[in-house]
Structure formats: structure tokens, C-alpha cells
Design a protein around this ligand. Structure first.
Ligand SMILES: Cc1cc2nc3c(=O)[nH]c(=O)nc-3n(C[C@H](O)[C@H](O)[C@H](O)COP(=O)(O)O)c2cc1C
Length: 169
């Protein structure tokens, strides 16, 4: 295994964070990784909102029980998609997924913890919830929310490679 594959295998969702701030330079590195993800026809149908305001993080964490831990993170990055600008409009979700995973792996490689939390883009109420808290330009739809920070928990991992999930054809 090389360093990239080791990082992919050892990454786990981190939901407990120390209060150490994440510097702007580090956030820019995370966004660099995200914005270098593959996208359909290189359309890059994404937009990123970096949230460090405590009151906003608290509000975001009330969306449902599964994101309650967001209030304990020093920062969160909301990845949004732009369906109308997309060359292939059905692929904006794929673009945002690739950007989200790149960001998670970059965070892990820098010693940060992070978790992909989903946003139901088919639920107008969910989208409105994020619009009321954050400044999201109208053309963008919130896609994922990624709390980030220095880990205050250690997650064990095992390699999930499973030969029953594949075949040679
Ligand atoms: C689309 C999507 C939505 C997710 N939503 C949440 C969430 O709302 N809350 C949460 O704690 N984790 C969420 N997760 C993280 C998963 O629970 C986690 O990735 C999975 O349990 C595997 O664990 P690992 O990331 O540690 O490998 C989500 C992951 C994905 C891909």
C-alpha cells in the first residue's frame, strides 16, 4: 500500500473535536483538494461555504439528531451544487460527492477529523433550513455539511476490502 491508499483505508468519521482552531491556510488546503476533484466535463458545479461562527454552528447542529455533534466542531464546510449551471445537469451530485470525499481525505492527511453529513436535496424544508442560517447564493443547493477540527477521539479501522462485493468479468 502506498501513502494515498493507506490514508483512504485509515480514514474514519470523527465526531468529537478539540477546540483548537483550524487556520485559514489549512482550510484553503482542504478547499484546494476539494476543487481538484474530478467533475463531469470539468464543469465544477460546486460552491463552498466555510462556517466558523459559533452561533451558526449551533443552529446547524439542530437540523436532526445525526448532526448534533456539529456544534462541537470549530468549523464546518458546506458543499453546495449548482444544478442549472451544470453542463450535464444530472451530474452536479456526482461532482459534489467527489469534492466531498477529496475534502475528507485531505483533512485526514493533515491530522484533522471530519465527517460527511448528508443534506436531503429533495426536501425543500432541509434546503430552506440551510438558507435561513447561511448566505447561500440562490443558484446553489446545499449538498453536504462537513464538520472539521482536530480529533478528540481515536477511531480504530480495519480494511473493508471484501471479495464478495466484486467479481472479475
Ligand atoms: C451521504 C452520507 C450521509 C451521511 N450523513 C451522516 C450524518 O447525518 N451524520 C453522521 O454522523 N454521519 C453521516 N455520514 C457518515 C457515515 O455514517 C459514515 O461514513 C459511515 O458510518 C462509515 O463510517 P466511516 O466514515 O467512519 O468509515 C454520512 C455519510 C454519507 C456518505
Amino acid at each position: 500500500m502506498n501513502a494515498v491508499i493507506e490514508a483512504i483505508v485509515s480514514r474514519r468519521s470523527i465526531r468529537k473535536f478539540s477546540q483548537e482552531k483550524v487556520s485559514n491556510e489549512t482550510v484553503e488546503l482542504l478547499l484546494t483538494a476539494a476543487m481538484n476533484a474530478p467533475s463531469a466535463c470539468n464543469q465544477q458545479a460546486w460552491y463552498f461555504i466555510v462556517v466558523t461562527d459559533r452561533a451558526k454552528l449551533e443552529k446547524l447542529s439542530t437540523r436532526h439528531d445525526g448532526v448534533n455533534f456539529v456544534k462541537g466542531a470549530p468549523a464546518a464546510i458546506i458543499i453546495c451544487g449548482e444544478p442549472d449551471a451544470a453542463v450535464l445537469d444530472y451530474y452536479w451530485v456526482d461532482d459534489c460527492s467527489a469534492a466531498t470525499q477529496n475534502l475528507l481525505l485531505a483533512a485526514h492527511s493533515l491530522g484533522l477529523g471530519a465527517t460527511w453529513t448528508g443534506i436531503n436535496r429533495q426536501d425543500p424544508e432541509a434546503i430552506e433550513f440551510f438558507r435561513q442560517i447561511l448566505t447561500i447564493p440562490r443558484q446553489y443547493i446545499p449538498f453536504s455539511m462537513i464538520p472539521i477540527g482536530y480529533p478528540a477521539e481515536q477511531r480504530s479501522f480495519s480494511n473493508r476490502y471484501d471479495e464478495k462485493k466484486m467479481n472479475w468479468d
